[in-house]
Each structure stands twice: as structure tokens, then as C-alpha cells.
Ligand binder design. Sequence first.
Ligand code: CA
Length: 231
Amino acid sequence: MSQKILIIEDEKELADILGEYLKVEGFEVKICNDGKAGLEYFKKEQTSLVLLDIMLPILDGITVCREIRSMSDVPVIMVSAKSGEMDKVVSLGIGADDYVTKPFSPLELVARVKAQLRRYGGNIEKKSSDNGERICVGVLSLIPGSYEAYIDEVSLNLTTKEFEILLLFAKNPGQVFSKSQIYEQVWGYEGICDDNSVTVYINRIREKLKNRDCHYIKTVWGAGYKLAVDA
Ligand code: CA
């Protein structure tokens, strides 16, 4: 069965072009021109991935993304007209998997769609095979099978991406990871490294750890970050 991509985009011409490129790659495509219609479609129909514009009539993309995340793990790629707008969206941590700023090439977007689908498929396999595994470092414990992280049995409430970054550190305590290494490992797409979003994510994880009085993520100046348990 072919995978279905839901495009929620009010620029009809852009939506049609993207739709054509995705169809050539063998995807089924559904286009909705406003946020409300898109969300309603998502609730009713099986969807493999959502391409979501931010500025949308009736219901904006941020609200739509939050609604989708409240019911599903399906990959969401946010599309925005302005990079400044995108920084704000990234910092909100609404749970999108990737971010693309207009103008972009349809081929680049298709590559990102494929990368997300591969990663998502891989995660589902990992989730079922990792059952019960628990990784403990100091006061931290992470359960890859359920994407839960705890400090002293209190959940840190991490988003999927925050969890994946912390898991990378926890599996390699003491090892320094550069921003681009983190980006590649977690977003799984080489070549397009957005240092800014890695920084935003690291800061959000640190904030959540700090609330539990944990300061394990250290900055190694000029090199990156590492997880180090306090002496
Ligand atoms: Ca728009």
C-alpha cells in the first residue's frame, strides 16, 4: 500500500507542485487548503506524514501541529515563509520533526519527506524490539521503548526529539557530540545542518533537567556537548 502525505497549505499552486513531485515518487497525496480542513482530514484518514504550513486560514499551523501531536506520532514537517517565524516555532517545541523555510526546492523537500519516513519506520521497529530496556546514567533513566525519561522516577516529559537527543548522550556518557553530529544522529538527514535548532533543543532539555536539579549536559567550548555525571 502506498504511503499517504497530507499537505496542509493555502498556496494552492505550491501545494499542487509539491503534490506532483510526491506522486512521481509513488506517494498518495491529499491537499487541504486550510488548517481546519487539514486537521479534520487527519482525524478521519490514515496519514503517513504531514507537510504543514504555518500561516493558514481558519486554524494556524502551530495549533494544527499541537492537535496532531496530542493524538499521533506521525512525522510532521513544518513549512514557513520566514526564517524568523521558524525560529519562534522551533523554540515553542511543538513537536514537529523537521522545519523548512520557503523558498525551497521540491526535490529537497521530497528528500526530507523520505528521511522522516525512514526514521519513523525505524523508530517503530526499534520501539517494538527495545521492550523493557532501560538506560541509567547517574540519577537519569531512559526507556527507549516508550520514549520516557525519568529522574528519581519522576517523568521529565520530554518531546520525541528531546528524548532522542538525551538518549544519544546517555548511550555515550562522556563523549562529546558536535551540533552537526547531533543533528545527523537525531534528525537523520546529513547535509542540512541547522545549528540553531540543535541549540534550542539542548537548551530546552537542560531547562527540564535543571528543574529537577540535574546539570549533566555540559558545553565543551568549540566542540559541542557531552553528558557528564556530577562528581
Ligand atoms: Ca500560508
